[in-house]
Ligand binder design. Sequence first.
Ligand SMILES: [Fe+2]
Ligand SMILES: [Fe+2]
Length: 171
Amino acid sequence: MSKIQMPLKALNEEEYKQFISDSFSSLISDEVSASILYLIVSNFLGVSLGKVLKEHSVQEHGHASKLIDYAINHGIVFDISLEGNENIDYSVQGLLQYVEKLEEDAIEDYKTMSLVANKYGDVELYELMKDIMMDETEHYDELAIYIEKVRKVGYVKVSDTEVMITDDTEK
Ligand SMILES: [Fe+2]
Ligand SMILES: [Fe+2]
């Protein structure tokens, strides 16, 4: 369900600028969403997993920040929208599945963007896209481990607080 599509025809300068602007709006919005959702789910999963997921949140914030810096420096106009997040299942599994999908889409989106940047000789943009794509690939791989852990070890719901039944199995 990646959102950014390869342009089907050669873009002139103005069309390229519009493409970058639309793409940045989508990328930045997803980074902000990912940052918030990682922060929420980090609260559910005990100390050690929680810390890692909180660190992902910080990195997604960092990605949004890098993209915004780039946009400001290059006169790229963007809109941040959190639309589409209304129907999220805010259980641990629901949140993990949602961020997994965000990571999967992010990898595809940054890949598409790096291909386009490369095609148009936009070296600085290419480097930025590749750089973030590497982080997203790491996130995705790490996340698969946590999802498996939650599936295996499970967690219990105690009143309003969901608490994972530890990852002591590792020790
Ligand atoms: Fe990110
Ligand atoms: Fe990520």
